[in-house]
Design a protein around this ligand. Structure first.
Ligand code: F6P
Length: 328
């Protein structure tokens, strides 16, 4: 079913991620391609509730494909979680003659978007934008690949010091509830141990395993700790525990923090953002709504918001096995 949509609003919401600008660029240019007007909405749902809008054209998004962050800015909005907040947003959209929305963000963004779309029967399409790669129904989220490379580059540098001083480093990696970033970056950076929220290793087993590594001749170790992991929740306390229970290593902690969210997007993220951005407008034109556009087995597809926001706590057990073997 074709729709009569004429004017599309686009916003970024939640934590920024590299490639969001490339996605906005694709959405704007795909709108132009389909003869639709496109309006940028600043600071996510916050700007939506304030009517902070700006007309965009193909030239408004020049020189953006390589830039990290989001030029539309982002926010986490508490007010949009309320019905009153969503009603204010709806009135601003109606006043600006906007008929459809594309939202780029994570599961929190999709939750808000799904509630809004249902309440006002308003067409909304979502694009997965988060470094956490924790969205159901898509193999990759925009920004994840860049963050992986940032983490690996940082750990490569830490490894130089770990090796030179015979030290054990705990490196905290982002990922509120998901271990994808920690697990994949850990394997890529050659970490001895990787602590993730999906798997409860326990402090004793960790120390035991580090002791074995030492016995096997290792003189330094890198442990990647996902910020959501239970025993890694207080990484400094974990460092004290290891120092007390494993003699012969000096332990140091590095919290990578927000450097993981910034920087120029990788080619993978730019291509992903471009594909998903174009598909979002194609989907709106085809009459789809209330779906996220994701990618599965190299194929771009639509996933209902209700599916996308389901928490999937499964983890790549094969990769965990690989990590155990290659870190021997
Ligand atoms: O969701 C992305 C993310 O970077 C998480 O990995 C992290 O826990 C959180 O955002 C940090 O959010 P903030 O920048 O609001 O402190």
């Amino acid at each position: 079913m074709k729709t009569s949509i004429k004017r599309v609003g686009v916003l970024t919401s939640g934590g920024d991620s590299p490639g969001m600008n490339a996605a906005i660029r694709a959405i704007v240019r795909a709108s132009v391609y389909h003869n639709l007007e496109c309006v940028g909405i600043y600071r996510g749902f916050e700007g939506l509730m304030e009517g902070d809008f700006k007309e965009l054209n193909a030239r408004s998004v020049k020189n953006l494909i390589n830039r990290g962050g989001t030029f539309l800015k982002s926010a986490r909005s508490a007010e949009f979680r309320t019905k009153e907040g969503r009603e204010i947003a709806y009135n601003h959209l109606k006043n600006a003659n906007i008929d459809a929305l594309v939202v780029i963000g994570g599961d929190g963004t999709f939750r808000g978007a799904a509630a809004f779309s249902k309440e006002f029967n308003f067409p909304v399409i979502g694009l997965p934008g988060t470094i956490d790669n924790d969205i159901n129904g898509t193999d990759f989220t925009i920004g994840y690949d860049t963050a992986l490379n940032t983490v690996v580059e940082a750990i490569d540098k830490i490894r130089d010091t770990a090796h030179s001083h015979n030290r054990l480093f705990l490196v905290e990696v982002m990922g509120r509830d998901a271990g994808d970033l920690a697990l994949n970056a850990g394997v890529g950076a050659g970490a001895e141990e990787i602590l993730i929220p999906e798997e409860d290793l326990g402090k004793d087993k960790l120390v035991e395993s580090l002791r074995r590594s030492k016995k096997a001749g290792k003189t330094s170790s890198i442990i990647v700790v996902s910020e959501g992991d239970q025993i890694g929740k207080n990484i400094f306390k974990l460092a004290d525990y290891i120092e007390e229970n494993l003699k012969g290593y000096e332990v140091r902690v590095t919290v990578l923090g927000h450097i993981q969210r910034g920087g120029s997007p990788s080619c993978f993220d730019r291509v992903l953002a471009s594909r998903l951005g174009v598909a979002a407008i194609d989907a709106l034109v085809a009459g789809e709504q209330n779906v996220m556009i994701g990618i599965k087995n190299h194929e771009v597809l639509s996933v209902p918001f209700s599916e996308a926001i389901k928490k999937d706590t499964s983890i790549d057990t094969d990769l965990i096995r690989v990590s155990d073997i290659v870190s021997l």
